[in-house]
Design a protein around this ligand. Structure first.
Ligand code: DIG
Ligand code: MN
Ligand code: MN
Length: 396
């Protein structure tokens, strides 16, 4: 009997990992790598064996920064063969605009226009690689777009240059005739002291100031919203409500710590439960239809076998939470409490759905007793206990 929580692309699972995730060799700022580097073609084979649907990459995860065009083409050819051999797709590509020292003062927001030009050209090459591999989404994570001191530049200049570079790239992509989506990823800090556009909320506003906002959405990451103590569920909910959840980075994080990029579900399990419930649409709103991407890596303590334990754990935990969320929303007691709380027997809700003379008159005629309204119960303690019991497997 197959394990219902083992991932299966054939049954519709759309799990993806970046080359940099299971390929993370365990180095950190305080010590060198603890694991051998896994070549991209072996990562493809390992992800296929683990049950992933796709693999994502930064340009330099596959093609070294200083590779010649011939070396680049050979590496891409080998990678494409591995994808074909193992049946994996590449739904997303991104460009490394943060490792090389040229980006030490930023890429799209660097005060040096020559660095910004270099970054845009590198992003164009990264996008070309993504198109060659079949990607439809391009993620931009501005890891170096920020400052350690605001003496460096006025943030309005940085934001203006950020906008210029993204508008340029959107115009170039449209000129190429490619149907690509840009997914902008926020993070509050690390590696910069402060990173511009620190949260998904900041990004959602910034997108509306771009020349081609319709091409651009967000790529929220659990760890990046949780680092400053924000709710990933609310960030994703706002993005979905705006039709801008173009991609997602799933992992786990302890609030107030450096970016841990932990195995999905391994920390704030309740937050992961409500996030999966939102993504899967079991609560009644439309589901997210993109890849379930894990931007995470195994503990530095792990060997290569532990890396594949990590990958399996990400996918299994996601599938277990799908089942728990579905059971919660199918629970008659949950439905009864939610229906009771959302009931509108006097038809008051529609009065506020648009200002007009009729609604204004209806609003003014309402008899509303605040003391009576203040006494109504919501049974949230019972509702949350039901969620916890489904989550803990004490209720099915
Ligand atoms: C880090 O959270 C960033 C980079 O790994 C990459 O640019 C992006 C892709 O998901 N996430
Ligand atoms: Mn991260
Ligand atoms: Mn990420």
């Amino acid at each position: 009997m197959p394990d219902p929580f083992d991932p299966s692309p054939d049954s519709g699972d759309r799990f993806t990992f970046g080359l940099w995730t299971v390929g993370n060799p365990g180095a950190d700022p305080f010590g060198p790598r603890t694991r051998p580097r896994i070549p991209p073609t072996e990562i493809v084979a390992g992800l296929a064996k683990a049950g992933a649907w796709g693999v994502n990459l930064h340009d330099n995860d596959l093609v070294p920064f200083d590779a010649s065009p011939t070396e680049r083409d050979l590496l891409v050819k080998e990678f494409q063969q591995a994808l074909a051999d193992h049946g994996l797709v590449v739904p997303m590509a991104t460009t490394n605009l943060f490792s090389h020292p040229v980006f030490r003062d930023g890429a799209f927001t660097a005060s040096d226009a020559a660095v910004r030009a270099f970054a845009v050209r590198k992003a164009m090459k990264g996008i070309e690689l993504g198109v060659e591999l079949g990607a439809s989404t391009v993620v931009f994570w501005g890891g170096r777009e920020g400052v350690e001191t605001d003496a460096a530049r006025d943030c309005r200049d940085g934001l203006g240059w950020y906008r210029e570079c993204l508008d340029f790239l959107c115009g170039w992509v449209k000129d190429q005739g490619w149907d690509l989506k840009f997914a902008l990823e926020a993070k509050p800090n690390e590696p910069r002291g402060d990173i511009y556009l620190a949260t998904t909320g900041h990004m959602l506003h910034f997108i509306e100031t771009l020349e081609h906002p319709e091409m651009c959405g967000v790529n929220p990451e659990v760890a990046h919203e949780n680092m400053p103590g924000l709710s990933m569920v609310h960030a994703v909910g706002q993005a979905m409500e705006a039709g801008k959840l173009f991609h997602i980075d799933l992992n786990a994080q302890r609030i107030g710590r450096y970016d841990q990029d932990l195995r999905f579900g391994s920390e704030d399990l309740k937050g992961a439960f409500f996030l999966v419930r939102m993504l899967e649409g079991t609560c009644g709103h439309p589901a997210y239809d993109g890849p379930r991407h894990f931007d995470a890596h195994a503990y530095r303590t792990e060997d290569v076998d532990g890396v594949w334990d990590f990958a399996a754990g990400c996918m299994r935990s996601y599938k277990i939470l799908v089942a728990r969320a579905a059971a919660f929303d199918a629970d008659p007691e949950v439905q009864e409490i939610l229906e009771h709380n959302h009931a509108d027997p006097d038809g008051i809700g529609p009065i506020l759905a648009g200002f007009n003379a009729s609604n204004l008159a209806a609003l003014e005629e309402l008899v509303l007793d605040p003391d009576s309204l203040a006494t109504r119960g919501h049974r949230y303690e019972r509702l949350d206990q039901l969620a916890m019991e489904h989550l803990m497997g004490a209720r099915s």
